[in-house]
Structures are given as C-alpha cells and as structure tokens.
Design a binder for this molecule. Structure first.
Ligand SMILES: *Cc1c(COP(=O)(O)O)cnc(C)c1O
Ligand SMILES: *[C@@H]1O[C@H](CO)[C@@H](O)[C@H](O)[C@H]1NC(C)=O
Ligand SMILES: *[C@@H]1O[C@H](CO)[C@@H](O)[C@H](O)[C@H]1NC(C)=O
Ligand SMILES: *[C@@H]1O[C@H](CO)[C@@H](O)[C@H](O)[C@H]1NC(C)=O
Length: 500
C-alpha cells in the first residue's frame, strides 16, 4: 500500500497562483490611499460599519459556510470585502491611536517571516533569526544604555504587556534571587507607578502574586509627570508599613499627553531605595533616533529596563515590542530553568546565548525582531531619524496653526512633547450656547470618519474630567504634509459648523 499526498495541487503552483491573483488587489488598495498615486482617493480610509452589517456580509450573504472548500470566486470576493470594509491605514488621514501605516519593506518582512514560519525559541530551528535578534537587540539597546554599550541587549515580546510583566519578574529575580525558589513568602513587595497608569501594572502584580493592593499610585504633576516628591514620600511610608520597595514604573511618552517623566530624579530615588527602575517607552522611546528630540530621554541610560515599540513611532508592522536591559545576560539570570529537553546548551560557552526563549516566559516566539532588522537595514539609522523628525515637523505645524485660531484650545502641556496633540474645538455657534465638549468632540470625530477621510481619537482628561472629552490626534506618518493638516483643520471647522 502507498499513502499519497492528499493535496489537490502542488504547493508551488498553488502559491504562485494565489500571489498572482492577489497582487493587483493589494496594489490597487494601497494606491487608492497614496497621495502620490494617480488613483488616490482621499476618502479611501473607509467609513464606520455596524457589526451586524459585517456579519451579514461575511456570514449570511456570502454563502461561505465553512463546510467545504470555497470556490475561487468566493475567495476573491471575500478578500475584496476584507479590504473594502477594513480601515485603510495606508491613508494619511489615519491619525488614530499611536501606530501608523505599514510600508513596502514591512510587507516584505512579514511575508518572509510567514514563508520561514519558524519559532525563534532555539538556535537549531531559527539560526539566522536568532543571530539577527541578538544583533539588533544589542544595537537598539546601545542607543539607550550609553554607559553599558558592551553588555546591553534586548529581546522582543508579543506586546507591551508581556514586556511589562517580564520587567517586573526580572526585577524580582535579580534583586531577590531566593524568590525564584521560595516565591514571595519572605517579602511584602511594593510597586510604584503613576496615578495615570492603566490596569496593566495592577494585572502584572496579580499575575506575579504580588497582589493588587501592593501597587502604590503616585501623584502626577499638572503635565501628567510622576511627582518625584510624592514618589519618595510614598516609598518612605510603605517601608514604615513593612514593605520591601521592588519596582518603580515611569513613562517616556504617556498615552494621553505624551509626557516624559524626570528620569534622572527618579533614578536617584530608585538607587537610594534599591528599587528596580523601569521606563515604559512603548510610545515615546523612539525619539532616541533623533539628535534634536532625544534629550527628552535624558537619564534613561540609568534605567534597569526599558520597553520600546518599533511598531508605533517607526512604522514597523504590528506587533514589534522590545524589552531592553543594560545587561542582556539578565534575561537568562531571571528566567532560565535550564530545561535540558529544550535547551541543549552551547558547544562554546564563551559564545552569546542564541537559545532566546531561555530568557523569556513564552516558549513559542515569533521573530518580530526581524521586521525591525530589515527596516533598519533598508532605511538606515538616518531613515528612522528623518521619520521621527518629519513627524515632529507636522505636529509642530499643527500646534502653531491651531494656536493662531481662537476656537481651538490645546489641552495638557502647551507644547506637546510627543507626536499626539490633545485639543478642544469650540464651534462658534456652540460656544455662544454654552455647549458640551464631549458631545462636540464625539460628533466631529464620528462625522470625519463617515467622510472616509480621517480617523481621529478622543479621550477624557485623566486629571480633571469636568471639561469633557477632547481630541487626541496622532501625527505619526511620513506621508503627512502641511496640506493634509490644513485640510484636517478645515474639515473639523466645516463639520463643527453643522452643530448649534
Ligand atoms: C501602546 C502603549 C503600551 C502598550 O503597548 P502594546 O505593545 O501595544 O501592548 C504601553 N505603554 C504605553 C505608554 C503605550 O503607549
Ligand atoms: C503595558 O501593557 C499594556 C497592555 O498593552 C498597556 O496597555 C500598558 O499601557 C503597558 N504598560 C505596561 C507596558 O503595562
Ligand atoms: C507604567 O506607567 C504607565 C503610565 O503611567 C502605564 O501606562 C504603564 O502601564 C506602566 N507600565 C508598567 C510596566 O508598570
Ligand atoms: C455632556 O454630554 C455627555 C454625553 O452626552 C454627558 O454624558 C455629560 O453628562 C454632559 N455633560 C454636561 C456637563 O452636561
């Protein structure tokens, strides 16, 4: 008896046919969204659809019942609808939460990863990607840790949350190595973070058995920065209550206002109380690439760990999040169990560790670092510098323009430190009627989306909610121009004039 392959077509022909069929669809999709293309349509961002409409499109009307293989036509129609009803983030009007559109080399890197479809946990199955992750992690970390250029390094994690939680675990294992064996039993650990922090820190504390009530929320200044005086008072108070200070979280580029904490002062307090000093630079860390703007990170070289996401400010395809350490070997010191069934050790103990999952919680790892490596190679460091500086030029142009306009009001720091701008727009007719900011902001934001031109987010004020929700617009794309910014402002005014 012989058992033959059950595939109808050979894989080579099948992939060739699929790629050939999809390529024109992809190019047409992107060209609609590209201002330099003759097919550009400023309304190609797409509009809002209700979930019931989408369920109807994909489930009820399509005849795609998943019981048997679909026809070629059904596949083509489904792909067309996925593109049509998704938000086209290649459109320059996509100014929503923090990330920007993909780019050609990003698509290629994702395609290569898919072709390789490897797991970057051990060297033997992902030799190239492991060496490149080690290389690019070191290169990236050495921009930040200028005092530890030789020893620093970084690994990718599946997202900011995992980078965060890992940094908390590393803090505990390094400062109190006995906890790896005995758990928290001998300690009552305290975590310090700002009042603005999201629940993720608290979740991390729960996951690590530290307990949510042992996360202390420190006051913030009116600009949303960690209040250093209150930080020290909170630590002193917790020590007198029998706590062991473990971890201080600070932020480079807060999610709402984009503020940068005073890292030099925080690091002094961390040293004084033997606390791990973490910087969450998921959003704002990549200003490191610009000599003009990197002074916002002053003191970050003193951190014990830094999270940075190339998938936000640098336009690397989602997701790509690094945790960087001044001493890369500490990933292993903190995590390794030397599982011999998986990690077979090194022939040459002097060589770097390329069994990367020995230093992480997860075993299955996608090589997200490769997308960053390929983009860095393709654009060069100067390409990332130009990207960051272009985005700041656009942000500054927008700020100047709305400052000159009496119906716009900046919220938060007068000169925003990162690439998002928080503001109110007060339509003249509404202003005279004592209108409601939340209603105005939500109305304009929804109408801009309906036009298919702009997707802008809004937010309540984390400090003081009485004035209502404001716009939070993110300028983070190399294709933005002053013309598009002018059109955005005109569109806000025009839509606002419909309100009374
Ligand atoms: C986006 C963001 C995160 C979350 O990172 P993900 O990788 O998207 O999970 C964390 N902290 C800050 C300040 C952020 O802006
Ligand atoms: C941590 O990750 C979470 C989840 O993505 C994020 O919302 C939060 O702001 C981040 N800070 C951390 C990194 O906890
Ligand atoms: C750090 O603080 C920021 C803002 O204060 C918060 O968004 C983030 O979740 C925190 N991260 C960690 C790891 O505590
Ligand atoms: C403003 O409108 C929002 C949303 O409709 C509502 O929740 C809020 O209470 C209103 N605020 C005031 C001050 O009327």
């Amino acid at each position: 008896m012989s058992i033959v392959s059950d595939l109808e077509k050979d894989r080579v022909t099948e992939l060739d046919e699929l790629l050939t069929a999809i390529k024109p669809k992809l190019i047409s999709y992107i060209s609609q969204a590209d201002p330099n293309s003759e097919h550009y349509n400023s309304r190609s961002l797409g509009t809002y659809h209700e979930p019931t409409f989408l369920k109807q499109q994909f489930i009820e009307l399509s005849g795609n019942n998943l019981d048997k293989p679909c026809s070629e036509t059904q596949l083509a129609e489904t792909i067309d609808k996925v593109l049509e009803y998704s938000v086209n983030t290649w459109n320059p009007g996509f100014l929503d939460k923090l990330y920007a559109s993909n780019n050609p080399i990003g698509v290629i890197s994702d395609l290569l990863l898919s072709i390789l479809n490897t797991n970057s946990h051990v060297y033997t199955v992902s030799p190239v990607l492991s060496v490149l992750e080690n290389y690019i992690g070191h290169k990236y970390a050495s921009l930040f840790f200028t005092n530890d250029q030789e020893t620093c390094g970084g690994l990718t994690f599946s997202g900011g949350s995992w980078s965060n939680i890992t940094s908390m675990q590393i803090a505990r294992s390094l400062k109190y190595p006995d906890t790896k064996l005995t758990g928290n039993a001998n300690y009552k650990f305290a975590i310090y973070t700002s009042k603005h922090c999201h629940y993720s820190v608290v979740k991390g504390a729960i996951l690590l058995g530290l307990g949510s009530q042992n996360v202390f929320k420190v006051d913030v200044t009116p600009q949303g920065l960690l209040n250093v005086l209150d930080l020290e008072n909170t630590i002193e108070k917790s020590i007198s209550d029998g706590y062991t200070p473990l971890y201080i979280n600070s932020t480079a580029g807060t999610t709402v206002f984009g503020s940068y904490d005073p890292f030099i002062q925080i690091s002094k307090i961390a040293r004084k109380y033997n606390c791990h000093f973490h910087i969450d630079g998921s959003w704002g860390g990549n200003v490191i690439f610009s000599p003009v703007y990197r002074n916002r990170l002053q003191g970050s070289e003193l951190a014990d760990s830094i999270t940075v996401n190339p998938h936000k400010m640098l336009g690397i395809p989602n997701t790509c999040s690094f945790l960087l350490l001044p001493h890369v070997k500490n990933f292993q010191t903190a995590m390794s169990l030397q599982a011999p069934y998986l990690f077979h050790g090194r022939d040459n103990p002097d060589e770097a560790n390329y069994d990367l999952a020995d230093g992480t919680m997860g075993c299955g790892r996608r090589a997200d670092s490769f997308k960053f490596y390929l983009a860095w190679l393709y654009y060069g460091q100067v390409g990332f510098q130009n990207r960051v500086e272009h985005a700041y030029k656009i942000q500054e142009y927008f700020v100047q323009t709305i400052k000159a306009h009496s119906d716009f009001e900046i919220v938060g720091p007068e000169f925003p430190q990162c690439l998002q701008v928080c503001f109110y727009y007060h339509p003249p007719l509404v202003k005279n009627n004592g209108g409601n900011n939340t209603e105005v902001t939500r109305y304009i934001s929804r109408e801009l989306h309906k036009l298919g031109k702009y997707l802008v987010d809004f937010s309540p004020n984390p400090e003081n909610d009485v004035k209502g929700e404001f716009f939070r617009v993110v300028f983070n794309s190399p294709i933005l121009t002053d013309k598009i910014v002018d059109d955005l402002i005109e569109s806000i005014i025009k839509v606002g004039s419909e309100l009374k």
